[in-house]
Design a protein around this ligand. Structure first.
Ligand SMILES: Cc1ncc(COP(=O)(O)O)c(C=O)c1O
Length: 470
């Protein structure tokens, strides 16, 4: 493709995307079965390229937009995926074209320095000491694995050199945490017994007394507790675990304290949330997703370690064809993460922080929480609906009052099929959660800047109207 063609195609694609952004049409969630989706994207590739490459590429763009979930539609209040800033998407485009795989400084000089700047800024926001550092990874799931690898290395008798070798290592976490935590524990080779579920309290937060009891019990059984994972907030319900209390238990027993703040850690940007966030700064490791509450396109996750060396120790490997022996520990990013070649993950974050300023992101996080409160109030005020728990972040679960099963699913299906809103549902079964609070709940995440109070009112009215029709 010549320069003029690239320029022209680029302009046309941006025009198409700008129209899409202007007024994303219903439905929020395309009504496509797996087979219908596959039919749209068939594997019959031509042997020879098209005469009109631009037309084919524009058709591909239109096709993918048509089949896409519309995250810029004000009715998108479903999963925890950011409604991304268009400017950040442009940065991703630049990153893709430059394609500076950044395992080593030599190949990705800008990306490495940018990653360091983003991590330094974030660590300060979370109140971590200036000695802390970390790495950007492709997603919170990989982030949790990276943190728990470090935990195992720090507390697990040097598995890098000697392997785990049947050590009964144990990690503690609630059932409402993201599944990637349990998955990481299993990938670490600790098995079902290595992942101990801790009771939640009446607000679905980790119960600190139950945690202490669980640790004591494990010790009596001659197991080797290594870490506790606290959610800030939890995926299932947005619950914010009592971080200070968890930190105390960890300090008492010499355990690694990991905070999965993939979703909610940006609340630390808000001075008015200081009390809630207390204890975050005591973490040994914290995971934060910029592609959830911080308006970035997927994926960009920060994994921060209180002790930068402990993070790197999990990957204490020689690779003479790639890493320099005299690397001082931060320049070759590949030394500190599962990934080798990776995107210049921090660029969009760095550029948008420069362009929009920190206050813009702080205001956005605040608006997410405020909107959640608005929705919670609308639901509480309605005698046909009930909240799971008062909001602690910007994830809110509710249901038709006293009805725990299929009616909620039926209402959701009707709303999603109608196309004006995309909300999701959660099957809640957590250790410590009373039976009458278990079961199916409707679940919303308020992180879309385009969702207004009037959209939320219309949504609640719609839920009630459809429930009455059942
Ligand atoms: C608390 C929490 N941690 C981790 C993850 C996984 O993040 P990712 O989807 O970026 O892998 C999620 C995703 O929803 C989450 O809510």
């Amino acid at each position: 493709m010549r320069g003029t063609e690239f320029r022209e195609l680029g302009h046309r694609v941006v025009d198409v995307l700008a129209s899409h952004l202007g007024d994303p049409p219903d439905p929020v969630l395309p009504a496509l079965s797996p087979s219908a989706a596959c039919a749209l994207f068939d594997p019959d590739f031509p042997e020879a390229g098209a005469d009109d490459v631009e037309a084919v590429l524009l058709d591909a763009v239109q096709r993918v937009i048509g089949a896409a979930t519309k995250l810029h539609h004000p009715g998108f209040i479903g999963h925890q995926v950011a409604t991304p800033l268009p400017a950040a998407a442009i940065c991703d485009f630049v990153d893709a074209l430059l394609n500076n795989g950044m395992a080593i400084f030599e190949m990705g000089k800008a990306g490495t320095a940018i990653e360091r700047a983003v991590l330094t800024w974030l660590a300060a926001q979370l109140g971590l000491p200036s000695s802390s550092s970390g790495v950007l990874t492709s997603g919170g799931s990989l982030g949790n694995l990276t943190a728990l690898l470090a935990a195992r290395q720090a507390k697990g008798f040097d598995p890098w050199q000697r392997g785990v070798r049947g050590q009964p290592l144990v990690v503690f976490v609630t059932d409402t945490a993201h599944y990637s935590v349990a998955r990481a524990v299993h990938i670490l080779g600790l098995g079902d017994e290595g992942c101990v579920a801790v009771d939640v309290d009446e607000r679905l937060r980790l119960d600190v007394r139950a945690l202490e009891a669980a640790v004591q019990k494990a010790l009596k059984q001659k197991k080797k507790p290594i870490a506790v994972v606290a959610s800030a907030g939890s995926t299932a319900a947005g619950a914010w675990d009592p971080l200070n209390g968890v930190a105390d238990v960890c300090a008492r027993h010499g355990l690694w304290f990991h905070v999965d703040g993939a979703h909610g850690a940006p609340l630390a940007l808000l001075p008015e949330r200081a009390e809630q966030v207390l204890g975050l700064a005591r973490a040994d490791s914290v995971v934060v997703d910029f592609h959830k509450m911080l308006l970035m396109p997927a994926l960009v996750t920060a994994v921060l370690f209180r002790d930068a060396k402990a993070g790197a120790a999990a990957f204490a490997q020689q690779a003479g064809y790639l890493f320099d022996d005299d690397d001082d520990g931060w320049t070759d990013v590949g030394r500190r993460t599962v990934e080798c070649t990776k995107k210049m993950l921090g660029f969009k974050v760095w550029a948008c922080l420069q362009a929009y300023g920190v206050a813009f992101f702080r205001d956005h996080v605040r608006a997410c929480c405020d909107k959640t409160l608005v929705l919670a109030n609308l639901i509480s005020a309605h005698d046909e609906l009930e909240l799971l728990v008062p909001p602690q972040t910007n994830i809110l679960c509710f249901r038709l009052k006293g009805r725990s099963g299929g009616e909620n699913a039926a209402v959701r299906k009707a709303i999603v099929d109608d196309g004006t809103v995309y909300c999701v549902q959660v099957h809640l079964h957590a250790r410590g959660l009373p039976k009458e609070r278990s079961g199916l709940w409707l679940r919303t995440t308020l992180l879309n800047p385009r969702t207004s109070e009037s959209h939320l009112r219309a949504f609640v009215d719609d839920v009630v109207a459809r429930a009455r029709q059942l």
